[in-house]
Design a protein around this ligand. Structure first.
Ligand SMILES: [Zn+2]
Length: 105
């Protein structure tokens, strides 16, 4: 049984080409994380009272954000993407990652 060419599960999400069942389809999982995250544990602050005040200040500051600003702030800490690539697009991504050049363009 052959999967129809419109099967979205076998479409390269970079070039849009449908990947035949006889070809390898590559699943990419990409995580972007901030180098450091805010440590709100009491041990990371002078004492529990200061930590509670800092947390309260943070909550008050976040309450002024729009939903989009909260989402952007969240994305800046951690984002994860999953997508499919055809063999050619995987090869291009592989080469760019190995060279650490032109990763984004
Ligand atoms: Zn492709």
């Amino acid at each position: 049984m052959t999967t129809p060419p419109t099967d979205p599960d076998r479409t390269c999400e970079n070039c849009g080409r449908w990947v035949d069942q006889r070809e390898l389809l590559f699943n990419v999982r990409l995580q972007i994380m901030a180098e450091k995250t805010l440590d709100l544990t009491p041990a990371a602050t002078n004492d529990l009272e200061n930590s509670t005040e800092s947390l309260q200040e943070l909550i008050e500051a976040l309450s002024c954000y729009t939903d989009e600003q909260v989402q952007e702030a969240t994305d800046q800490v951690h984002e994860e993407f999953r997508f499919n690539l055809c063999p050619q697009c995987r090869h291009t991504l592989h080469q760019r990652i190995k060279q650490r050049r032109n990763l984004l363009f």
